[in-house]
Write a protein that binds this ligand. Sequence first.
Ligand code: ACM
Length: 777
Amino acid sequence: MIRNRPAALRHAAALATLLALAAGCARQAPAVAPPVAASPALIPLPVSLTPESGQFVVTATTRIHARAGAADGVARQFADLLARTTAFDLPVDSGDPATAGIHFILAAPRKDTSPEAYVLHVGEDGVRIEAGDAHGLFNGAMSLWQLMAGPRADAVALPAMRIEDAPRFAWRGVMLDSARHFWSVDQVKALLDVMATHKLNTFHWHLTDDQGWRIEIKRYPRLTEIGGCRVPQGEAGRRADGTPDLYCGHYTQAQIRDVVAYAAARHITVVPEIDVPGHAQAAVAAYPEHGVVDGPTQPSHDWGVNPYLFNPREETLQFLEGVLAEVIDLFPGPYVHLGGDEAVKYQWQASPAVQAHLRALGLKDEEALQSYMLKRLESFLEEHGRRLVGWDEIIEGGLPPQATVMSWRGIDGGIVAASQGHDVVMTPGDTLYLDFLQTDLPDEPPGRPKFTPMQKIYAFDPVPAALPAGQRHHILGVQANMWTEHTRTWERLQHNLFPRLAALAEIAWTPARHKDYDGFLERLPAQLQRYRALGIAYGQTALSVAMQRHDDRAGNRVQVELANPLGYADIRYTTDGSAPTARSPAYTAPLTLQVPTDLKAATFVDGRPLADSASRWTLDAASLLTRTDKTLAQCPQGGRLLLRLEDDTPVDGPRETFDVTLFNPCWLWEDAQVQDIASVQVRAGRIPYNFGLLREEEAKRGFRPAVAAHGEFEVRDGCDGPLLASVPLPAAPDADGFITLHAPLRVPAGGRADLCMTFSGDTRPAMWVLKQVVLRP
Ligand code: ACM
């Protein structure tokens, strides 16, 4: 598995050997409990790591030393983190640098290094972390914490080594969308805690959107009173008595100050986002006079692209400056994000007043009008010592002079902006959006099943090869974005963020020449242990086993291929119902299994299972006749914008998920063996259809026309092929939210068919979604 190891990784491997020895030596120390080998498996990998001879054993009697000031502050943070996540509750004193122990030393800053740089030395007499700045000391503390946060033990042997380290990029960001779903202050702080241990230093906080305004603005209280609550579409939006069950949430200014201070203590800068001029429906609901259309609206319950825009007139710019004045007061960091994304201009185009204003300003078009607004707000920010960041659409009407661009529609926006001399943060959607699922496993939570696996994140280089060398310094860094339309719970948020943020941390921090995915996989188990120490419920799917099956119904057999989604090679399986162990048969080639078989499999690293539980499949005769929304394909024609959506019921308790495309929804069972099949039994649910689409997109969305009053469930042989089955749909699902239909099947000549299944008719604001299909002989 190990190929072309860079020097630092060879050192890491050498260290692993040393560690084994170190653990052995230290075991002979009489008064000390058996030490656990600390792993040098740092993530992100440092610039250089040089093993030295000897070791230092940390025990309950070890002291942490720091002189007063910043070093003392970092030392105490380190001691607190250790106390919270390990068996060590070590005192901090201002002891003399000559004594043994763990020393935090603020040295004279070096002009040629980043304030985030540090040196960590482990010798026989203790540990010294030195840096010219508190941020560097903190980074060193995070590395030392990583070395110590192994399985809980009373002593840890640290092998002697010297780490010299500094970041590749200054902007190492994570964006959290608190607008679509709201995250409590404690949850945000928990995220900041873990970001810090990854040396991620920028928290982009998406605080306003169509579906909710989440930041208290004292001079405009209705922004949160009205804009902070929406009525969710579907059953989840109604109480038993039929009254609306509002989804509300906002941060008070005191809470924001608390979060900003918490982040600052961890050397994380918070970048607030106030989205202008689009994604403004919640604000316009609160202050309709600052929108464009007459009449009231509400915060949206539709995901996607909504048409509400801020008005470009002077009064609204002053209103937005009023908002920004409070934002600037709350967020001391240098950047304020003003959005600029996905602002469809329909309302401006339709408004005579906006059109007159555009002409009076002598502007060419609506893009120029958006640019005019952003330039004006940029001047306001600059006057207050802040810099504007915006999504890459801000390039279109002409960039505000000092703007930093976040490239999300791929990397091209970033290349254009950097070529024009603007700073750039790379956050391409198809690589760094964490609402995209991380595996193709059926138990991934709701999101966009356009996969962003760990490998794809790890392979991303934020500096495009196409960018001339002279412009590369404009790439400030890289960021992963966690949009939360489909992420409703903290458990799922953690699943989506971790462990993928480990790959982000490495591409953001580690020199490109050290990049090595296999080495990363070797270090990842130690990172998972750190997540456990921090109480983080990281995602299990990528650690489990994925299965591809090829059914042979005539032979009552299934051919099965197994793989770990991250690429770990050691997969063990059983077929007797027992849990796989490191001594179970190793998977080396596709298995041909006679049904019924109870197949279990797990990924192993160093003899230990990687995931918390084994993957399991019941391969029986019924399974040969059954497919679900997760195991069916979509029609090649028109089946676009695949989403994994969640049911709206039950209001409390676990809900089903459905894979469905928004354009011409269909589910396809390719090459089904149907020679002896009499009917198709389908189980379907009904969920809200709540998506805003661009007009030209909406026009491409379609259904087959309904014939019966409520439409029908239809099966064709191929998506444009002959009808094989059709059964009318009821007006509404059963009490459990589902229906079960039986559709007699006309078997085509040859006994095989590409079963293409659809629901006819446009049933918005709800849609039927297939859950399971069973072929009935
Ligand atoms: C975005 O994803 N609309 C920036």
